[in-house]
Design a binder for this molecule. Structure first.
Ligand code: PHE
Length: 454
C-alpha cells in the first residue's frame, strides 16, 4: 500500500479547539439543559461534573492513546495496537457508529439551519400553540428538512475536503470562539430578565431529595455522549496530535470547556424560562418548541431584542452542531481515505453522499411517509438514535476500557501517557485503576439500565 503522509494539527490551540468542537454540540445546548431540568437541577450538575472527571476523562485519554499510537483511522489504530487480534473489531464498530450517527445528527443540525432562517424572516413569532404546529409540520415535511440536511452536509464536506489543518483546524479556530461569544451574549440577556434569579437558583441550588440511581445513570450517559466518546471521533482526531501533545492535560481542558459550555447553556435557558413561568423540564422539544416561545415572551417589551436573541440562539446551536458533525464526518472520511486508498476528496464525497442518503430516510421516517419507515413501533430516526446511542456507544466504550486496561501492555500505555517519559505522569496508576475497574463497571450499569434490565 502506498505510504500516506499523515496530516496533523499545527498547534496546541488547534488540538483543543478542534476536539472541544467535537465535544461541544447539541448534547450541551439541547440535551444537558433538559436533563438538568428533569433530574433535580444543581444535584444533576454536580454528579455530572464528577462523572466527567472520573469516567469521561479517563475514557477520552484511552482514545487519545489509541489514536495517537496508531497514527491512522480508528479501525486501523485498534488493529495496530491489538496486533491484529479480534480486538480490532472495536475499531470497526467505532467507525460504523460514527458513520451511522453522522446521517441522523445531520438531520437535527439541518433543523437548526431552518430555525435560523425562520427567525431571520420573522416566522418565530406567534402564540405558544403556533410553535408546536410549526415544528410538527416542518419535521414531517417531505422536502424542507431534507434540503437543510443536504446544506449542512455540504458545508461539512467543504471543510473536511480542505484537510486537517486548512479545513478542520481553521474552521474550529473560527467557529469555537464565535460560539463562546454568542453564548455569553445570550446568557447576559437571559440573566438580566426580571425573575431570572429563580432560574439561576434552580440551576445552582442542590435539591438532594432528587438524588436516585436514575440521576447517576442519566449523568453518566450524558457525560459520555457529550464528550463524543466511543464514536471514533476522539480517536481519529488524536491520530492528528503531535508527539508533544500532553494527552492528560488536553483531556482535562476539553472536559472543562465542554462542562462550562453545558452549564452556560443552562444559564441561557433557565433564567429566561423561569422569567416567563415556563416549566423547565419540557423534554427534548425544549429547543424547537418551548424556547422560541420563551424568547418571544421574555423579550415581548423589546421585540427587536427578542428577534436578535432568537436568531443568535439558533446560530449558536447550528455552530455547535456543525463542529460535532465535522468530527463525525472525519471518522469515516479518514477510514475510506486510508483503507480504500482513495484521495481525501473522494473519501469525503463518498461519506457525504452516503450519509445524506441515511439522513433522507431518517428525516422521511418522521412523518412525511406515514408509518412506512417505522419498524416495531419506532421510526427509522429513533432506531438510529437507539442503536448507536444506547447499544453501540456503551459496547464500544466498555470494550475500549477493557482493551486498554487489561490487554494493551502497560508499558505502551505509559509511553503514550507520559510522552515517552518526558512528562511525569503522576496520575498514571490512578488512570489505569479507573479504566481497568471503575469505567467498565459504570458503563455496564448504564448499558443495562438503558435496556431496562436494571
Ligand atoms: N458530543 C456531541 C454533543 O455533545 C455529540 C457527538 C457525539 C458528536 C459523538 C460526535 C460524536 O452533541
Amino acid at each position: 500500500m502506498a505510504k500516506l503522509e499523515r496530516a496533523n494539527f499545527s498547534s496546541k490551540l488547534g488540538v483543543i479547539l478542534a476536539t472541544a468542537g467535537s465535544a461541544v454540540g447539541l448534547g450541551n445546548v439541547w440535551r444537558f439543559p433538559y436533563m438538568t431540568g428533569e433530574n433535580g437541577g444543581a444535584v444533576f450538575i454536580l454528579i455530572y461534573v464528577v462523572c466527567v472527571l472520573l469516567l469521561g476523562i479517563p475514557c477520552m485519554i484511552s482514545e487519545f492513546i489509541i489514536g495517537r499510537h496508531g497514527q491512522a483511522n480508528t479501525a486501523r489504530a485498534f488493529h495496530k495496537l491489538s496486533g491484529g487480534t479480534p480486538w480490532s473489531i472495536i475499531g470497526y464498530m467505532g467507525v460504523l457508529t460514527g458513520f451511522l450517527i453522522t446521517g441522523y445528527y445531520a438531520v437535527v443540525a439541518g433543523w437548526c439551519l431552518e430555525y435560523i432562517w425562520a427567525s431571520f424572516i420573522g416566522q418565530m413569532q406567534g402564540a405558544p400553540e403556533y410553535f408546536k404546529t410549526y415544528f410538527a409540520e416542518f419535521s414531517g415535511d417531505p422536502v424542507k428538512p431534507i434540503f437543510w440536511t443536504i446544506i449542512i452536509l455540504g458545508i461539512t464536506y467543504i471543510i473536511i475536503e480542505h484537510g486537517v489543518r486548512d479545513g478542520i483546524e481553521r474552521a474550529s479556530k473560527l467557529l469555537m470562539p464565535t460560539l463562546f461569544l454568542l453564548l455569553l451574549i445570550i446568557v447576559g440577556a437571559s440573566c438580566m430578565l426580571p425573575g431570572a434569579d429563580k432560574g439561576i437558583e434552580f440551576l445552582f441550588k442542590p435539591d438532594v431529595t432528587a438524588i436516585n440511581s436514575n440521576v447517576f445513570l442519566a449523568a453518566l450517559g450524558q457525560a459520555f455522549y457529550s464528550l463524543s466518546i466511543a464514536m471514533g471521533c476522539i480517536c481519529t482526531y488524536a491520530s492528528y496530535f503531535s508527539k508533544q501533545t500532553n494527552l492528560t492535560k488536553s483531556a482535562v481542558q476539553i472536559g472543562v470547556i465542554d462542562s462550562i459550555v453545558a452549564i452556560l447553556a443552562g444559564l441561557m435557558i433557565f433564567p429566561a424560562a423561569f422569567s416567563v413561568g415556563v416549566n423547565p423540564d419540557s423534554g427534548p422539544s425544549l429547543i424547537f418548541i418551548t424556547l422560541p416561545n420563551v424568547f418571544q415572551q421574555a423579550f415581548s417589551a423589546m421585540p427587536l431584542v427578542g428577534y436578535v436573541i432568537s436568531l443568535l440562539f439558533f446560530l449558536l446551536l447550528s455552530l455547535a452542531a456543525l463542529t460535532s458533525l465535522i468530527s463525525l464526518h472525519e471518522v469515516s472520511t479518514a477510514f475510506f481515505h486510508e483503507e480504500l486508498v482513495i484521495t481525501r476528496k473522494k473519501a469525503a464525497l463518498l461519506v457525504t453522499v452516503t450519509t445524506c442518503i441515511i439522513g433522507v430516510f431518517c428525516s422521511l421516517s418522521l412523518g412525511a411517509v406515514g408509518h412506512s419507515l417505522e419498524f416495531f413501533g419506532r421510526s427509522l430516526f429513533d432506531w438510529f438514535d437507539f442503536v448507536t446511542g444506547q447499544i453501540f456507544l456503551p459496547v464500544v466504550g466498555f470494550l475500549t476500557c477493557i482493551f486498554i486496561g487489561w490487554f494493551v501492555p502497560h508499558k505502551v500505555v505509559h509511553d503514550e501517557f507520559t510522552n515517552w517519559g518526558t512528562l511525569r505522569g503522576r496520575f498514571f496508576h490512578f488512570y489505569i485503576f479507573l479504566v481497568k475497574y471503575v469505567c467498565p463497571i459504570c458503563i455496564l450499569f448504564i448499558f443495562l439500565h438503558q435496556l431496562g434490565l436494571i
